[in-house]
Design a protein around this ligand. Structure first.
Ligand code: HEM
Length: 417
């Protein structure tokens, strides 16, 4: 199907069919880095494609607001966002000063030192997944997306959020439905999108509320307990706000990490010399993870809304207009990255914006880094051979983007004794 430029930037179907629009972004960065689009059936927006402009905007949270919403809505989605789960506000949809008070509830848990507390669980999850791939024979075929990449963050997030093992498959399905609502395979089948969205919210609420009540009665030393008992400006959070915090942590953490892992594996399949480089020098793993996040940019964009008239890149923008910060474009900006279309595990410096920047910089970045480090370290050490075993398939989503299937064939060494 032929898509207009505006559709290529924002329509889920266009991403499913064509993937992220890198050729278009490259042209926009060169010719029109602050460009207005009015694709049919979507709210109009300004596409921001340069690294410098995204930094400039993200560092002024009083002027460029998150509270009106962070995704570009299709006409039929506007109603969904006004009731039930759609009306729930999480920290990513708050502006200062409220945003800072809410972020403080959990920020101490996400520092690099603090995430070390779960390091053993994260490393063990990676080892077990690679063991499972290896099986008895040490060789086989898998769908890396569903068999490995989805399972790793699911296990870890469930551990820190107190989701019981037996509920893991259910929560995975529900969050997929929430995020990839437009994907025919992952989204929820329903005639009535609005009713399906409400029902989905209710099911997620029930699941998390059970954990919240349990952690209030019996607090432990984990993130689940911190959130369940969190105070904002000295007052307990309301039920929807506590639920929202669980949900944002789970949803913001799961698909993003999963998509980074799958996209990273695909990059290694296409650039086997980079995997060998990492295997020879495991000390490169931190840089490799940053490169995977730059390369894959799982959070494709965030929307901001202007609180007042302003000028960006010489364009006059008006109060109330939407700006879409395309991180994936900034992460290929040739003014910032040498050879931006080359995947290089030892890239240095690598000032990518895959985790955003400024006020809303990804709260879980250290956690996401640790999860990826564990898996890529294990794979680099043990993969003897890996090759594609079919066509990868893109998720129908323009917001959290990536592959839903990555068939691969492999040979793996047994776990070191
Ligand atoms: C590779 C994986 C990940 C990527 C690429 C990613 C990316 C992002 C981006 C781009 C933002 C918005 C930044 C901005 O507006 O400047 C964000 C925010 C956020 N992320 Fe992540 N993220 C990842 C993993 C995680 C994980 C594992 C968690 C939690 C365990 C998490 C929790 C959050 C939260 C709570 C926010 C909102 C922060 C705020 O509004 O203050 N993310 N993330």
């Amino acid at each position: 199907m032929a898509y207009s430029d505006g559709e290529l930037l924002i329509a889920s179907e266009a991403y499913a069919e064509c993937g992220p629009p890198h050729a278009l972004w490259t042209r926009l960065r060169r010719e029109s880095p602050v460009a207005r689009f009015e694709p049919p059936h979507f709210e109009p927006f300004w596409a921001i494609t340069k690294h410098a402009h995204i930094c400039e905007i993200s560092k002024q949270p009083d002027l460029f607001l998150n509270s009106p919403g962070i995704v570009v809505l299709r006409d039929d989605q506007r109603l969904e966002r006004t009731e039930g789960i759609g009306a729930m506000r999480t920290i990513i949809e708050m502006d200062p000063p409220e945003h800072r008070s809410f972020r403080k509830v959990s920020s101490a848990w996400f520092t690099p030192r603090a995430v070390q507390r779960v390091r053993e669980a994260v490393d063990e999850s990676a080892r077990q997944l690679v063991d499972k791939l290896a099986g008895e024979s040490g060789k086989g075929e898998c769908d890396f997306a569903t068999d490995v990449a989805a399972a790793h963050p699911l296990r870890i997030l469930s551990t820190i959020l107190g989701v019981p093992r037996e509920e893991e498959p259910r929560i995975l399905k529900l969050t997929n439905q929430l995020f990839a609502a437009d994907d025919p395979e992952l989204g929820r089948a329903a005639e009535d999108r609005e009713a399906a969205f409400k029902q989905l919210g209710l099911e997620l609420y029930q699941l998390f509320d059970k954990i919240i009540q349990e952690r209030r009665a019996h607090p432990q030393d984990d993130l689940a307990s911190l959130l369940a008992n969190g105070l904002v400006d000295g007052e307990p959070m309301g039920p929807m706000e506590t639920f929202g915090y669980y949900l944002i942590t789970f949803t913001a953490g799961h698909d993003t990490t999963k998509n980074a892992l799958v996209g990273g594996m695909r990059a290694f399949l296409e650039n086997p010399a980079e995997l060998e480089k990492l295997a020879r020098d495991p000390g490169l793993v931190n840089k490799a993870v940053e490169e995977v996040v730059r390369w894959t940019s799982p959070v494709n964009y965030m929307k901001r809304t202007l609180a007042r008239d302003a000028t960006i890149g010489g364009q006059r923008l008006k109060k109330g207009e939407n700006l879409v910060l395309f991180y994936a474009s900034a992460n290929r900006d040739e003014e910032v990255f040498r050879d931006p279309f080359r995947f290089q595990v030892d890239r240095d410096p690598n000032p990518h914006l895959g985790f955003g920047i400024g006020e809303h910089f990804c709260l879980g970045a250290n956690f996401a880094r640790q999860s990826q480090r564990a898996l890529f370290r294990e794979l680099a050490a043990r993969l003897e051979h890996a090759e594609p075993a079919g066509e990868p398939e893109q998720i129908a989503s323009s917001f959290v983007v990536g592959l839903k299937h990555l068939p691969m064939r492999y040979r793996i060494r047994p776990r070191a004794a």
